[in-house]
Design a protein around this ligand. Structure first.
Ligand code: FES
Length: 136
């Protein structure tokens, strides 16, 4: 099956080191600009579906804003799972510590899956995305 590229976003709208979410024919996609090269990934985190463009991009390492799972934004590979909340030495409010311990225990049971990637190309300052996933 040949790939069908769809016009996604102006390249200038995604700053280097930045991410933008787009909805492309029903596909929720985050476009990442890594050193001037554009990558398109599934927008939803492979852990619990948080919007990945709300996270941070450090080189090709994308960290989810919700529980800090990390992904390689160039391949979609899950690099690490969620990280329990760090109170940085502060004591959580009464009752909150037990609640967060339960959440942390449950999070360990939820697998962090790799995320889908999509082929991209840039033509005349526009990022095009192939909406047929490279892999599932
Ligand atoms: S939803 Fe992304 S790390 Fe949990």
């Amino acid at each position: 099956m040949s790939k069908r590229f769809v016009q996604a976003i102006k390249a200038e709208d995604v700053a280097p080191g930045g991410m933008k979410n787009i909805d492309l024919e029903g596909h929720e996609i985050a476009v990442c600009n890594i050193g001037g090269i554009f990558y398109a990934i599934q927008r939803r985190c492979g852990h619990m579906n948080a919007p990945l463009e709300r996270g941070t991009l450090d080189g090709k390492i994308l960290t989810c804003a919700m529980h800090s799972a990390q992904f390689d934004a160039t391949t979609g590979e899950a690099l690490s799972g969620p990280v329990p909340h760090d109170f940085k030495g502060e004591t959580p409010p009464p009752g909150m510590g037990r609640y967060l311990m339960n959440v942390a225990m449950l999070m360990e049971l939820i697998k962090t899956n790799s995320i889908r990637t999509y082929d991209t190309k840039v033509e005349s300052g526009v990022v095009w995305v192939s909406i047929r996933p490279d892999r599932c």
